[in-house]
Design a protein around this ligand. Structure first.
Ligand code: GLV
Ligand code: GLV
Length: 322
């Protein structure tokens, strides 16, 4: 009987799918992320044919060596910067992810972050709970309109494009974008303007939203210098990966009103926040939950499980990372 190791409790449907395929499934019982050493120890205890892992697991050569029979690692996430792809390729290990099913969900959360910071939702909520509200006032908690403003999208993959769709069609925002390749379909559909550099987007956008994968080339894509190129009235939104922004530089920029505000779902050193970040009023923070809906987390579990079933039955999983 083939054996599958799952590094943390995931929605039951994924586990059931693996069991129905006739595999023996072991799910980590730890209520939390396995450290790399713990993961290695778990894998060495038995002989697994497939691993279903999470974005919070560091998967590198040492981990691959601890499960020599596992030729597939199905990552329960769209991002796979937690996996050393070079080592995976060198060992002929298949890695899969869970794109598409979470696109709409992450885009909706991104829009929620944007509205939350521009309409001061979280701040207003804190204000109410602190019993500070003593009646309607003309100048209280003034926000920023989005209609007619420019949304600058860094990365127009599936998620960035969907955010653009909602912002353009739903909110009447004008779009500009930077991507390593021009996205002509996107330009045509939304009248989005391509900028040939990140800097050009930053200079004109009223809201900047980041949708790039974490790579060596995108680490600290938004740094002190780039923050200073943004409009003083601009907002920065990030639901991609934390290290794409130099979080310390962002705290400084927010503190000194270099930009107006930020809304973040991901952080440079999760679960820690950069010192000072959570004390600022002009920032909204959510705990890496952009894909966290009942519907989507279930679908992600099913897709990761299906990738394993496909692989173990000799088929190439649809979401194999090239
Ligand atoms: C979440 O961050 C994901 O990559 O799925
Ligand atoms: C993520 O997978 C994206 O394409 O935006």
């Amino acid at each position: 009987m083939k054996k599958v190791y799952v590094t943390r409790k995931i929605p039951e449907s994924g586990i059931t799918l693996l069991q129905r395929a006739g595999y023996s499934v072991v799910v980590s019982e730890k209520d939390g992320v396995l450290t790399k050493d713990e993961l290695i120890a778990k894998l060495q205890k038995d002989s697994y044919d497939a691993i279903l892992c999470l974005l919070t697991d560091t998967v590198d050569g040492d981990v691959f060596d601890a499960a020599p029979n596992a030729k597939i690692f199905a990552n329960y996430a769209v991002g796979y910067d937690n996996i050393d792809m070079k080592e995976a390729r060198a060992r002929g290990i298949t890695v899969t992810n869970t794109p598409d099913v979470l696109t709409d969900t992450v885009a909706e959360h991104t829009i929620a972050l944007m509205l939350s910071i521009t309409s001061r939702i979280a701040e207003g909520d804190r204000f109410m709970r602190a019993r500070k509200y003593d009646g309607w006032a003309p100048l209280m908690l003034l926000g920023t309109d989005l209609k007619g403003k420019t949304l600058g999208i860094l990365g127009t993959g599936r998620i960035g494009a969907r955010v653009g769709h909602i912002a353009s069609r739903g909110l009447g925002m004008t779009l500009c974008y930077y991507d390593i390749k021009k996205n002509e379909a996107f330009e045509k559909e939304y009248g989005a303007e391509f900028k040939s550099t990140v800097d050009e987007v930053l200079r004109v956008a009223d809201v900047v939203t980041v949708h790039v994968p974490l790579l060596e080339s995108t680490r600290h894509l938004i740094n002190k210098e780039r923050l200073s190129m943004m409009k003083k009235t601009a907002y920065l939104i990030n639901s991609s990966r934390g290290p794409v922004i130099d979080e310390k530089a962002l705290v400084e920029a927010l503190r000194n009103n270099v930009i107006k505000g930020a809304a973040l779902d991901v952080f440079e050193n999760e679960p820690a926040l950069a010192p000072g970040l959570s004390e600022l009023e002009n920032v909204v923070v959510t705990p890496h939950i952009a894909s966290a809906t009942e519907e989507t987390r279930g679908k992600m579990a099913d897709i990761a499980a299906e990738s394993i079933v496909d692989f173990l039955s000799g088929k190439k999983p649809e979401h194999t990372i090239g």
